[in-house]
Design a protein around this ligand. Structure first.
Ligand SMILES: *[C@@H]1O[C@H](CO)[C@@H](O)[C@H](O)[C@H]1NC(C)=O
Ligand SMILES: *[C@@H]1O[C@H](CO)[C@@H](O)[C@H](O)[C@H]1NC(C)=O
Ligand SMILES: *[C@@H]1O[C@H](CO)[C@@H](O)[C@H](O)[C@H]1NC(C)=O
Ligand SMILES: *[C@@H]1O[C@H](CO)[C@@H](O)[C@H](O)[C@H]1NC(C)=O
Length: 408
């Protein structure tokens, strides 16, 4: 039975190859350039901006240092040569590649470096793969090395970048994704949930991919419309253009209704002639403080209901503490009550941590926006002046940490 199936499958593949020799899968291609046009929406992903004069650096858990550049060579030599990727291990240097190709595989985009040095532990060459993952919010750590065996010849790095994302709708550019409970003053801040997509099934064999606070992150087999936060995937559809549907357009903030934290997401996708599809996400406090979880509750005509359990929906965290992107509990109570100066070329900022900055932020507007560039991490974030707020807006977390480091 199994044997028969395999034979049938092989001949089917042969048949396809014979009949459509020229017709390649449009979802699989490679280019020597630093940009590509994805085949579903015709959107261009341009990675040229990721090139920098100083290379990107990532350290592995084993202590090896990986240096690579995108669309060009490293600023300094590796084993005496000008190359694009280098492995530094102790005082040894190994060329990982002199150039790269950019590959697209069903939504997955990765750079494959080639022409590396001979692998000391094997027959082939050393190789580096850099997976370009969509991330709308810049994190301190942008490159991470996948753990590998001591004798590995191939290495994998994940580089998270907004350049691997579809364009972000204006409504959610630098959104805070927070809301203050009018009853107890608690500030719910959900933005850090946007680092991941969450999945659920509709119990009929189809899938939902959901992002909270940002559009669904583009990636392998997740090529959702650019403004959708709730994406319905018709898994039995072989036509990629009829596989991903917007069932909920991204919203900048959650809302509070009758004391409950929820997000309502309308969509432009027609449902039954009179209504469009829409989704409602009910946020539930997770007392166990474990990871966040999405569940599909059910559908009522055109309205899909989900629950989302997360510690960020709890309102009993002590003031001046927060949960970080890595679900780590960050306690900044010891920094309270002081002000910190942040000197920038054109402006000086005064920052209060979990308190206001000591004087009115701006005469009559406590909600003005400012751009803060935090060197040396090179993170550009837009934040809201924290006057009067008693929680740290997430945009300030990295800046706040840098300020602490420089005043010590
Ligand atoms: C896919 O599944 C839906 C039900 O979820 C069904 O209505 C549709 O006919 C199926 N399409 C194909 C091509 O099998
Ligand atoms: C449904 O979405 C379309 C956009 O595709 C919009 O023009 C229309 O007003 C929406 N209908 C309803 C009932 O919200
Ligand atoms: C379409 O769906 C809406 C909302 O779920 C419902 O109120 C309406 O009665 C439905 N209309 C038809 C024609 O089924
Ligand atoms: C910022 O503060 C420094 C000293 O603390 C001062 O020399 C500089 O002129 C200030 N810059 C601006 C733009 O106010």
């Amino acid at each position: 039975m199994k044997q028969q199936f395999v034979t049938f499958f092989t001949s089917l593949l042969l048949a396809i190859n014979v009949c459509c020799g020229e017709d390649k899968d449009p979802q699989v291609f490679s280019t020597n350039e630093c940009q590509l046009t994805e085949p579903i929406y015709g959107q261009k992903f341009d990675f040229n901006s990721l090139h920098s004069d100083i290379a990107k650096v990532a350290k592995s858990a084993k202590g090896d240092t990986f240096e690579y550049n995108i669309c060009g060579n490293l600023g300094r030599t590796c084993d005496g040569k000008n190359v694009a990727a280098c492995l530094r291990r102790g005082d040894q240097e190994f060329v990982l590649g002199t150039h790269h190709v950019l590959n697209y595989r069903h939504g997955k985009m990765f750079l494959e470096f080639s022409n590396g040095a001979k692998c000391p532990n094997g027959d082939g060459d050393l190789k580096l793969f850099v997976h370009l993952g969509c991330d709308y919010t810049l994190d301190a750590q942008q490159s991470s090395v996948t753990p590998y065996a001591a004798n590995a010849c191939s290495f994998y790095i994940l580089l998270e970048t907004p350049y691997a994302c579809l364009p972000e709708p204006d409504a959610v550019k630098s959104n805070g994704c927070s809301i203050q409970d009018p009853v107890n003053g608690h500030n719910y801040d959900l933005l850090s949930l946007s680092d991941f997509n969450y999945r659920a099934t509709d119990r009929r064999g189809n899938a939902f991919v959901v992002n909270i606070c940002k559009p669904v992150l583009y990636g392998e087999n997740v090529m959702c419309p650019s403004d959708s936060s709730v994406c319905f995937i018709q898994l039995n559809s072989t036509d990629y253009k009829k596989r991903f549907f917007n069932y909920g357009t991204v919203q900048p903030n959650p809302t509070i209704e009758n004391g409950n934290l929820i997000m309502r997401l309308p969509s432009p996708t027609p449902c039954n002639g009179t209504s469009n599809y829409s989704s409602t996400i009910h946020f539930m406090c997770d007392d166990e403080k474990k990871s966040s979880k999405l569940s599909f509750l059910g559908v009522n005509e055109c309205v899909y209901e989900f629950s989302f359990t997360t510690p960020l929906a709890c309102n009993d965290n002590p003031p001046c503490t927060t949960i970080t992107h890595g679900s780590e509990f960050l306690d900044m109570r010891s920094l309270q009550g002081k002000t910190y100066e942040l000197s920038m070329p054109t402006k000086n900022y005064t920052l209060g941590i979990c308190s206001n900055a000591g004087q009115p932020c701006m005469a009559n507007d406590a909600g003005f926006r400012l751009s803060v560039k935090c060197s040396p991490l090179n993170i550009i974030q837009v934040g809201i002046c924290p006057a009067g707020k008693h929680n740290i807006p997430s945009h300030f977390r990295f800046c706040a940490v840098i300020v602490v480091v420089t005043t010590k």
